[in-house]
Design a protein around this ligand. Structure first.
Ligand code: CTP
Length: 395
């Protein structure tokens, strides 16, 4: 997979910079063309000459003294890259990247490239756990950057902590993963719904559900990363908005129905991951309902529209079924009733899958009733598996 690939390796100024030599060596041995860019600080830890001898390529250390091969324009490397890797990435370089600072070659390439970017942070554990660093990482992740978690171990300070650059094989694995990132939804428009609706009772209270929106958000991010134009119709969540995704807020079932009806007009795919309330109040109290001692309160609930079952148009329809029993049988019934192309049956009986978990355990069932059970995996991985199935249907 690495053979013939252009890998831009950014080295920043941390003690782990020496390990980048091993990485450059292994990548070169695997047949990749490794273009090294070193920040000024990195050259204090390891010499450009070392990297040049390892990669047999010129090493760029300053934007204004480019090697002749790259002197055409400073974004040439950004365009040539199949993947850009920053290893090690210091807290400072991550902060600069998050802020879009491009006053050196590495910053420029990172800002200009359309290739996937892999970042391997390595620093003092306190700098890594610092809120600012964590916020920067979160921000960059939301923009589609791939991060490799630093490892726990002995740090340069002599103390144990989380901040070590992982070993070369681990970084190479992440690079290969990034190279394999498909842009197979380029030109497609996908509408995803996420989160749980809240049906108001009075100005203070509502009927809600436990959906966190994590599965829907993971789907929106995965579809975006694979090149789709994504509209995310979001009910109530406490998640950060993903970058480069159109977000429409739809707190109630009725608002979601309206938003979905509008968004699907231009869509190739609708994925309803939202937990839509099946009932709403017949009458929403205008004023706060007051308790009265000795009196029971009865709320009159009426059905909400079945958004997925009723929405008109030609697009691929994917639904979710959150079940606590008879997982596959219940999901299959929903698949037929709502005339879906796919249904994702979600086991909500365990704590590591379903509501609010970061992982999920699902069965994907197609129109013919073929059920594929997936093992426990992250919601992002589940999202990619679902999109793989959708892709087959688009073909
Ligand atoms: N859905 C919808 N509109 C609703 C309710 C659900 O579009 N009013 C969608 C959900 O987004 C999900 C699928 O339909 O994709 C779930 O089907 P549904 O039968 O409504 O699930 P539950 O509400 O869990 O049904 P039940 O109470 O029968 O288990």
């Amino acid at each position: 997979m690495l053979k013939g690939k252009t890998i831009v390796l950014g080295i920043t100024g941390g003690i782990a910079a020496y390990k980048a030599a091993d990485l450059a060596s292994k990548l070169t041995q695997a047949g990749a063309k490794v273009e090294v860019i070193m920040t000024a600080a990195a050259t204090k830890f390891i010499t450009p000459l070392t990297l040049r001898n390892i990669t047999h390529r010129p090493v760029v250390t300053d934007m204004f003294e480019l090697a002749s091969e790259w002197s055409v324009e400073h974004v040439a490397l950004a365009e040539a890259a199949d993947v850009v890797v920053v290893a090690p990435a210091t807290a400072n370089s991550i902060a600069r990247l998050a802020a879009g600072i491009a006053d050196d070659m590495l910053g420029t390439v990172l800002l200009a490239t359309k290739a996937p970017v892999v970042i391997a942070p390595a620093m003092n554990d306190l700098m890594y756990s610092n809120k600012v660093t964590q916020e920067n990482i979160k921000k960059l992740k939301a923009r589609g950057f791939n991060f490799i978690e630093p490892e726990y171990g002995r740090l340069a300070s002599g103390k144990m902590g989380k901040g070590r650059l992982p070993d070369t094989p681990k970084i190479i694995e992440a690079i290969e993963h990034a190279l394999g990132q498909k842009r197979d939804f380029e030109g497609k428009t996908i509408v995803v719904t996420a989160g749980g609706t809240r049906e108001p009772i009075d100005p203070v209270r509502h009927i809600g559900n436990r959906s966190s929106g994590k599965m829907g958000y993971a789907l929106a991010e995965a579809a975006r990363d694979r090149g789709a134009k994504v509209t995310l119709i979001s009910a109530n969540v406490s998640l950060d908005a993903p970058a480069d995704v159109t977000i429409i807020k739809a707190p109630t079932a009725l608002e979601m129905k309206q938003a979905v009806g509008e968004a699907v007009k231009k869509a190739d795919v609708l994925i309803m991951a939202a937990a839509v309330a099946d009932y709403q109040l017949e009458v929403i109290a205008k004023n706060k309902i007051k308790k009265e001692s000795g009196r029971n309160l009865t709320l009159n609930l009426v059905r909400t529209p079945d958004i997925l079952g009723e929405v008109k148009g030609h697009f691929i329809r994917v639904g979710f079924a959150a079940e606590s029993e008879n997982l596959v049988a219940n999901a299959k019934k929903k698949l037929t009733d709502k005339k879906l192309d796919l249904i994702i049956a979600n086991d909500i009986t365990k704590t590591d899958s379903g509501f609010d978990a970061n992982t999920n355990r699902v069965v994907i069932i197609n129109k013919k009733g073929k059920a594929e059970e997936l093992p426990l995996m992250s919601k992002r991985e589940v999202a990619d598996k679902i999109l793989d199935k959708v892709k087959e249907l688009i073909k």
